[in-house]
Design a protein around this ligand. Structure first.
Ligand SMILES: *[C@@H]1O[C@H](CO)[C@@H](O)[C@H](O)[C@H]1NC(C)=O
Ligand SMILES: *[C@@H]1O[C@H](CO)[C@@H](O)[C@H](O)[C@H]1NC(C)=O
Length: 455
């Protein structure tokens, strides 16, 4: 029973050739516009499962992580749907009472004078940056505004207060109050504030940004979680991104490598704007891209591009997201991908079927050993930007011996497919530098090892 199965590359020599050619591309691709700028805000990003992250739990098993990832992604899908809900859509079909206690990527920074360290969840789907003030538990470093000499509250007349989606005014103190509801997760409210932020940079230095707008939450919503708040990267007058020049980029390496230390977030003019670009559209605080097609190796998949367009009523479309780990596509397109993967792998690897999610696609085997030469899946975005998912981006381990497709279907039920929202999750963005130019409304994708970026 110990015989090694034949290598995939032996069975599919042509595909292997395609893969090799493809792999040669990113290395020779030229890098553009990486000139150093002064005051480059360059922060480390911590994957929740990295040994360097305060959220790391050595007792967690592969199965624990898979469960967390699937639940967290489903909760994220529910949250995003609730943000763009139309009369057609209903979120009854998603699980309730899901919870995020770790997030996926965490940003480390300090607030105030003297600086108090914070850990917040990077979120391209939130426009407000907020942290828990006062009432967090002892495991977190609490920011107490009364102890910071640079802290100020924002008045109700301030234009920034006006720009908040849900606000109120405390007329006694003339303080602008914000409120955010994360459907099925938690809600928070507090005072819109400003203070100095300090970021540690990759070259062991630090960057101080004065007068940053953020929400100082006073509800204790974060209690029991391993982060202090949400690091919103959406486009809004309050956002740090807007303040620093309307650009940011992040680079994500191999998420399965718990010792990978080069994941990073750059905000402002120093953002790493590299590679091919595709237009994006901001809608309800989310980054919508245009998917024109998909392929697997040289095979063009039968994806209907109309299904990935936002309808005139605002439903459907495809977003690129940092808060969902998995990706989501409509059932018909999922079936096409699923069918083509099965054509290659059935009869070569043993399928594993889970009764609770019979639609998922899982195999008994090892991605590194058994999928050598497996064709990459490419998402073709408008104007020629490709997002290439190699096997490490396409599959995740559900058990030590079982890997599953990291793209899940969104069931239609009675909802027409064009009303279904698709998501490009962060697992699909591994080994990419992803840059957002909010002024030019372009997303830049460059496949690379984050280690190669300038410090
Ligand atoms: C901070 O920004 C606000 C606008 O939100 C402005 O009114 C205030 O003068 C700024 N303070 C400093 C110290 O720059
Ligand atoms: C995977 O295969 C191994 C070896 O054939 C076997 O021992 C194990 O039970 C299988 N696991 C599953 C989940 O099917």
């Amino acid at each position: 029973m110990d015989s090694t199965p034949p290598s995939f590359a032996v069975l599919f020599p042509l595909l292997f050739l395609t893969m090799t050619n493809f792999l040669a591309l990113p290395n020779s691709a030229t890098r553009i516009a990486s000139t150093m700028k002064p005051r480059r805000l360059h922060a480390k990003l911590f994957h929740y499962n990295s040994i360097f992250s305060p959220t790391y739990n050595p007792a967690d098993t592969v199965a624990d992580h898979a469960t967390y990832m699937v639940q967290n992604s489903a909760a994220r899908l529910a949250y995003i749907r609730s943000k763009v809900r139309t009369s057609l859509a209903s979120s009854n079909d998603v699980q309730t009472h899901l919870d995020i206690d770790r997030g996926i990527f965490l940003v480390k920074f300090s607030i105030g004078q003297p600086p108090v360290p914070q850990l917040a969840v990077m979120d391209t789907g939130s426009t407000l940056l907020w942290v828990e003030c006062k009432r967090c538990m002892s495991t977190n470093d609490c920011f107490d505004p009364s102890k910071s000499s640079s802290y100020a509250t924002t008045s109700c007349e301030d234009a920034k207060c006006d720009s908040l989606p849900r606000k109120s005014c405390d007329t006694d103190s003339n303080q602008c109050k914000f409120s955010i509801a994360y459907e099925n997760l938690f809600s928070t409210d507090g005072v819109l504030s400003t203070d100095q932020f300090t970021f540690e940079t990759f070259d062991e230095g630090s960057v101080v940004v004065p007068n940053v707008s953020f929400g100082c939450s006073t509800t204790g919503a974060i209690r029991g979680r391993k982060f202090n708040g949400i690091f919103g990267l959406g486009d809004s007058p309050t956002s740090l991104v807007t303040k620093l020049g309307n650009k940011f980029s992040y680079c994500i390496g191999n998420m399965n490598d718990q010792e990978y230390r080069y994941n990073r977030l750059v905000i402002g003019d120093g953002a790493d704007i590299e590679g091919y670009s595709t237009p994006f559209e901001m809608y309800r605080g989310l980054y919508y891209v245009t998917l024109e097609g998909a392929s697997m190796g040289d095979l063009r998949l039968q994806f209907d591009p109309n299904v990935f367009k936002r309808t005139p009523q605002g439903s459907g479309g495809m977003i690129i997201d940092s808060g969902a780990e998995l990706s989501y596509i409509p059932e018909t397109e999922y079936s096409e991908l699923y069918g083509n993967i099965r054509l290659l792998l059935d009869g070569f690897l043993q399928r594993v079927i889970y009764e609770t999610e019979r639609w998922s696609l899982c195999y008994n085997g090892s991605v590194n050993r058994d999928l050598v030469g497996f064709p990459a899946v490419t998402f073709h975005l408008a104007e020629g930007a490709d997002l290439v998912l190699d096997t490490g981006s396409l599959f995740y381990y559900k058990e030590p011996q079982v890997f599953c497709l990291a793209i899940h279907p969104v069931r239609s039920f009675d909802i027409p497919e064009p009303d279904i929202l698709s998501i490009i999750g962060i697992r699909a963005q591994q080994n990419y530098n992803v840059a957002y130019d909010l002024t030019g409304q372009k997303l830049y994708l460059q496949r690379m090892d984050c280690q190669l970026l300038d410090d």
